[in-house]
Design a protein around this ligand. Structure first.
Ligand code: ADP
Ligand code: ZN
Ligand code: ZN
Length: 737
């Protein structure tokens, strides 16, 4: 047999692949890209993915090791997925083996078989006798098969209160049979009618349905409640009718049961869900349901973008500006940008929706790269909330609120409405300080203050999770005058409860709502329950529909206005709009009060007077003047180390290397195609015991940036003297803090 080696991607950070000898007696035909193999690497056993075969290796033949086992006959992932992985590895300058890990559910990465996703299911027999069932439970059970669906996962039925004995009796009557197979996601049968689209929605739908069988990126820019989701549903309906699958990506926090139910209740097709709350087996099931075509709609968060969908016909990405679409560790990919690449490869339309599009996407829409469709009015009877800046400069505050704001809150509560108070600080107070000497409680591991919590009482670092007890006296001067300064959600809840003793004041933050289930309970309570005040963080801001909230108070908008990150204002404006969008969703009109020390802040005023779009246009002009993204492309090299000088030194060395390389490449040219800035310390220089530095790279042209990033990553990877420092390259970073 002619000599050959198998080229294998291994889940290691190294940006290269590895050659192994084939199994004895196996020929090239046995090895196909996308199969899994087991190999020995050093002393580890790893599962790798075959990329192809090669005639020879750069490694001397006597050094080559044979692989240990071939796990698949058929490739687990197809050529299309592999080429997407190659794109990811190239674009993010990441190891192919680690990229591939994103494509494959954990259980398969560990070497499990696809059949591990199988479950006990009960299936209606096609030819079944006509029998008269006696027990009412048996009758109810049989009705499920007759009226709802032919196939039920065992766990689903026991979850509905049916017993194995009841199932057996149906089986003995010849009505159903039992099998081990991949269950289908449950299909909801009580379908909901769709709304009659209003004129704007109809126009949008017409424009968007024009091109359904080719790559066509589009932005649907529509204010909160303008009926974007209705438009998504119509487009999905079209795709389903053509026998296609639809992929719907939503932000982490937006994947609520209400969202899911809304999609399920419109179509009688199996809908798969993929999100971080699933266990490994459930993930494998969802993945297979999509890959084998059983699921026709997939709704998921960021990582769902990697799921194989053989009949993909449409991608929808809701709240496209949301930060959770960017992964912040390991492979730092943007699910939005990758979804665009995927749509292009599959040659299908992709719709990005948002009330407050990111400047990148907006710019693509304005320059005609994307279709641009707008919904400017709320759908149905809901009216847009009125927004008002309330100056607190030189104003006395009660519990952090201005008196006119409290009066308004009282009016709304008395009208049996709900009031939402937004503050982006958990805990009781953002810091604990001594009145006598000015000492402040600081984190031992970070350049950060500890947050004071009362429920339960402790000090907590929100950056590294360090916790300790509350000192009774000042450790510096012994004074007893140690107290919390400023306000967090806990304190506001306490104080508002005293101000409004007749109404419940509820807190919604990561401390009160630890699980999805807890949130759902709370949500149902709020949904059904009369007047109350909700004090909450970001958690309250997104995706949820609280029909009785008619007033929103934003307490600390100022914090975001002067951020040192160039995207600070963009993110603040998005958050303000999102929080404001919670008011007056139903029939009752809403109002939004923003307390501020800077009531004449020009951008804040532009936002309130003319809306997000107008502000976005002005921010785009500023970005253009400063040649910041989206008018340039950016990468960030970050380094962190327990020893400060080593982190700094790595970046200095990287900078020197890049400068030299750029000089060699572009000798004689006046301007370098890539500008380097830094190294600077991160805003929080020390975090979790590590010193953090960064080097910024800007380029007018993507290609120049990527060529440089390529040589840089290879240089750093091979430079043995730098091994003590952790570094990573972030392409298109979302923040530079
Ligand atoms: P968005 O996704 O833009 O926030 P939704 O699609 O959720 O907006 O619509 C907001 C509310 O308006 C929902 O309760 C929805 O059922 C309702 N709605 C949407 N379109 C219409 C319509 N054409 N007629 C009546 N109500 C509508
Ligand atoms: Zn003191
Ligand atoms: Zn800390």
């Amino acid at each position: 047999m002619p000599f050959f080696v198998v080229d294998i991607a291994l889940p290691l950070p190294l940006r290269r692949t590895f050659d192994y000898l084939p199994l004895d007696g196996e020929s090239r035909e046995h090895y196909r890209p996308g199969q899994r193999v087991r190999v020995e690497f050093g002393r580890q056993l790893l599962t790798g993915i075959v990329l192809g075969c090669k005639d020879d290796s750069e490694v001397p033949r006597n050094k080559l090791k044979p692989l240990l086992e071939r796990l698949d006959d058929e490739p687990l992932i197809n050529e299309d997925s592999l080429s997407l992985c190659r794109w990811l590895a190239d674009y993010y300058h990441h190891s192919m083996g680690e990229v591939l890990e994103h494509m494959i559910p954990t259980m398969l990465r560990r070497g499990c078989d696809l059949s591990e996703a199988d479950e006990r299911v009960w299936i209606k027999n096609d030819h079944h006798p006509v029998v008269k069932l006696r027990g009412s439970k048996q009758q109810a059970l049989w009705r499920l098969f007759e009226e709802e669906q032919d196939e039920w996962p065992h766990t689903e039925l026991t979850g509905l209160g049916f017993t194995l004995a009841q199932l057996r009796s149906l089986m003995e009557a010849g009505l159903i049979r039992e099998e081990q197979k991949l269950p289908l996601p449950v299909v909801v049968t009580e379908l909901q009618e769709s709304h009659t689209l209003n004129a704007q929605q109809q126009d949008a739908l017409k424009t968007l349905s024009d091109k359904t069988d080719e790559f066509c990126p589009a932005l649907l820019e529509g204010v909160t409640g303008s009926g974007k989701t209705e438009v998504y549903l119509r487009l999905i309906e079209n795709a389903l009718q053509q026998g296609k699958q639809a992929l719907v990506l939503v932000p982490e926090i937006g994947l609520t049961p209400q969202t899911v139910r809304r999609f399920q209740a419109r179509f009688d097709v199996p809908v798969a869900l993929l999100h971080s709350g699933l266990n490994d087996r459930e993930r494998l099931q969802g993945w297979r349901q999509c890959r084998e075509g059983g699921a026709r709609i997939l709704i998921g968060t960021r990582s769902a973008v990697f799921t194989p969908l053989p009949d993909l016909g449409l991608i929808i990405l809701d709240e496209e500006h949301d930060g959770s679409f960017k992964q912040q560790d390991g492979l730092r990919y943007s699910a939005r940008d990758f979804a665009l690449v995927r749509a292009k490869q599959a040659n299908v339309p992709i719709l990005l929706g948002s009330a407050t599009p990111s400047l990148e996407t907006l710019n693509n829409a304005l320059t005609g790269k994307y279709l641009h469709v707008k919904l400017t009015r709320r759908a149905g009877n809901a009216r847009a909330p009125g927004m008002k800046l309330h100056s607190i400069l030189h104003q006395p505050l009660t519990a952090g609120f201005a008196q006119p704001v409290l009066n308004k809150m009282y009016d709304h509560l008395h009208n049996h409405k709900q009031v939402l108070v937004f503050i982006n600080r958990r805990g009781f107070a953002p810091l604990l300080a001594c009145r006598d000497c000015g000492w402040m409680a600081e984190c031992r591991h970070c350049d950060a203050r500890l947050t004071l919590h009362h429920y339960p009482p402790h000090l907590h670092c929100h950056h590294c999770d360090f916790q300790q007890g509350i000192p009774a006296i000042c450790p510096q001067c012994g004074s007893e005058q140690v107290e919390g300064i400023g306000q967090g959600t806990e304190k506001i809840q306490d104080e508002l409860q005293q101000l409004f003793p007749d109404f419940p004041v509820r807190r919604v933050d990561r401390d009160t709502v630890r699980t999805k289930a807890a949130f759902d309970d709370l949500y149902n309570d709020i949904h059904d329950g009369g007047p109350c005040v909700l004090v909450g963080t970001q958690m309250l801001a997104k995706g949820h529909h609280f029909p009785d909230v008619t007033m929103v108070v934003i307490l600390d908008a100022d914090a975001g206005l002067f951020s040192s990150d160039f995207r600070g204002m963009e993110h603040s404006a998005q958050l303000i709009c999102q929080v404001a969008g919670r008011a007056g969703r139903a029939e009752a009109p809403g109002e939004v009060w923003i307390q501020t020390l800077y009531a004449d802040h020009p951008q804040l005023n532009l936002l309130l007077d003319s809306g997000y779009h107008a502000l976005a246009l002005s921010m785009l002009q500023e970005r253009q003047a400063q040649q910041l993204p989206p008018y340039s492309h950016m990468a960030l090299l970050r380094a962190e180390c327990e020893e400060r000088h080593l982190a700094q030194q790595l970046l200095q060395q990287a900078r020197a290397y890049m400068q030299q390389w750029l000089q060699n490449q572009h000798a004689g040219q006046k301007a370098s195609p890539v500008n380097l800035l830094g190294p600077f310390p991160a805003i929080m220089e020390r975090r979790n015991g590590h010193f953090r530095f960064q080097l910024q790279m800007y380029a007018g042209e993507r290609r120049a940036l990527h060529r440089l990033a390529y040589v840089l990553t290879r240089y750093l990877e091979n430079e043995k003297s730098l091994r003590k420092v952790r570094w990573h390259l972030d392409i298109d970073p979302l923040d530079c803090l």
